[in-house]
Design a protein around this ligand. Structure first.
Ligand code: HEM
Ligand code: MG
Length: 262
């Protein structure tokens, strides 16, 4: 793939603050000296050179430029995401960057029941896993993925892990993070208002760790802000239940809401 590499991927290794300029066309997978992690999008952006191709030294400046140029994420949103990622660096709180493979630490940010990765208990928790992703895809039952399809796949992965992994862990924090992940495809490739996204774009992205430019996708013209994320998070959280109505059991959020509305 070396012939694919252009100036976009050249990075002076000794310049920590170097901010790469990515390309929607140019793409190369990780080479032997490049690191990648459990996030399909961060890997993708490194493959395109929107993030350093070696996956290292991701400062706030670098991440802001990369996610801005590639996905039109606004700077305020990236600041929030970057702050959440920094503890992945073992030097935290004395750290100003992270490397993509630092995200691999199990039960820090990386968690069980991923859509496309094995639980750490079963093996590699950060490389794309086709068998796991095939399970996930079973729930994407039409050419357009909606809130129900994506949350069904998430719940299925959770149930699969809970039933088979004796170390299965999924806390409130995991849930919040996980909702952030399942809303990501709608943000990057879909319709945020309708909560829909074309299945072929999402599958191509996960399976190739490449932006689905070939399939007609292009960067959104409107900037993605924190409010978009929060709105989608609420919708997907509501869709993440197996109940169809008010729970008859005490102590559930649904029942509390129903009572307070009487
Ligand atoms: C998963 C970090 C930005 C989409 C993950 C995971 C980490 C992570 C640690 C693994 C969680 C797991 O165990 O499944 C980050 C950081 C980001 C970032 C530090 C930026 C600072 C993004 C963006 C998108 C995205 C911008 C897309 C718009 C996803 C998706 C998953 C994921 C879809 C779930 C993968 C799966 O379940 O197999 N991310 N991420 N991420 N991320 Fe990111
Ligand atoms: Mg995981």
């Amino acid at each position: 793939y070396a012939t694919l590499l252009t100036a976009a991927f050249a990075h002076p290794g000794h310049h920590k603050a170097h901010v790469p300029t990515g390309s929607f066309i140019e793409w190369a997978p990780a080479g032997p000296n490049d690191v990648r992690g459990p996030c399909p999008m961060m890997n993708t952006l490194a493959n395109h050179g929107f993030l350093p191709h070696d996956g290292k030294n991701l400062t706030q400046e670098v991440v802001t430029k990369g996610l801005g140029d590639a996905l039109n994420f606004d700077a305020a949103l990236i600041q929030v995401m970057f702050k959440q990622a920094l503890p992945a660096n073992p030097d935290f709180p004395n750290a100003s960057f992270f490397d993509l493979n630092m995200l691999n630490t199990h039960n820090l940010l990386e968690h069980d029941a991923s859509l496309s990765r094995l639980d750490a208990y079963f093996g590699n928790n950060h490389v794309f896993n086709q068998q796991v992703f095939d399970q996930t895809k079973q729930y994407w039952v039409s050419p357009t993925i909606n809130a129900s399809h994506i949350t069904n796949s998430k719940l299925a992965r959770m149930l699969q892990s809970k039933a088979s992994n004796p170390t299965y862990k999924f806390t409130n924090t995991t849930e919040a993070f996980s909702i952030g992940e399942i809303l990501a495809p709608f943000i990057a490739f879909g319709d945020v208002e309708m909560v829909t996204v074309a299945r072929n774009l999402v599958i191509y992205f996960f399976e190739n760790e490449r932006l689905p430019v070939k399939l007609g996708w292009s960067r959104k013209t409107n900037a993605v802000a924190l409010t978009d994320i929060l709105d989608l998070a609420a919708k997907l959280s509501n869709a993440s239940t197996l109940f169809t109505g008010v729970s008859p059991l005490p102590g559930t959020g649904k029942r509390d809401v129903a009572i307070s509305q009487r």
